[in-house]
Write a protein that binds this ligand. Sequence first.
Ligand code: HEC
Length: 109
Amino acid sequence: MAVWLFGLSVLGAVHSVGAEQLKDPLQTVEQNCLSCHQSGAGNAPRPQNHGDWRSLLEEYTLEQLVDHAWDGRGRMPARGFCRDCTYEDIEQAVLYMIPQRLLQDSSDD
Ligand code: HEC
């Protein structure tokens, strides 16, 4: 539940703080993430793929996954190809790739 609320509050923030220069998560993902994540090359979790993300969310919290995308982990390069992304942009991109249903299901912490 905590994870779900976290996701919701983040999504809410995009709409309410229009003044801040958050990128459009769709564009961030298309331009900086899909070249690897679309095909799942190198074990990259595929966008909206239930199984790929479920196993990650069983192992890590959403916050940890965002940190991995930000700092890099294994073959995941820090921030993907997005040199000028803020932490919030990366967070939005990760949320964009995870199926909504999983964000709602993960009630373990
Ligand atoms: C150069 C290829 C590449 C790009 C670009 C890329 N990724 Fe990844 N990503 C990977 C690979 C490969 C993995 C699997 C890493 C592993 O298991 O070692 C991964 C894993 C992840 C994970 C799961 C982290 C974990 O704990 O295993 C997240 C979240 C993620 N990427 C987010 C993103 C986001 C957001 C972007 C765009 C801003 C992005 N990635 C761009 C290759 C890429």
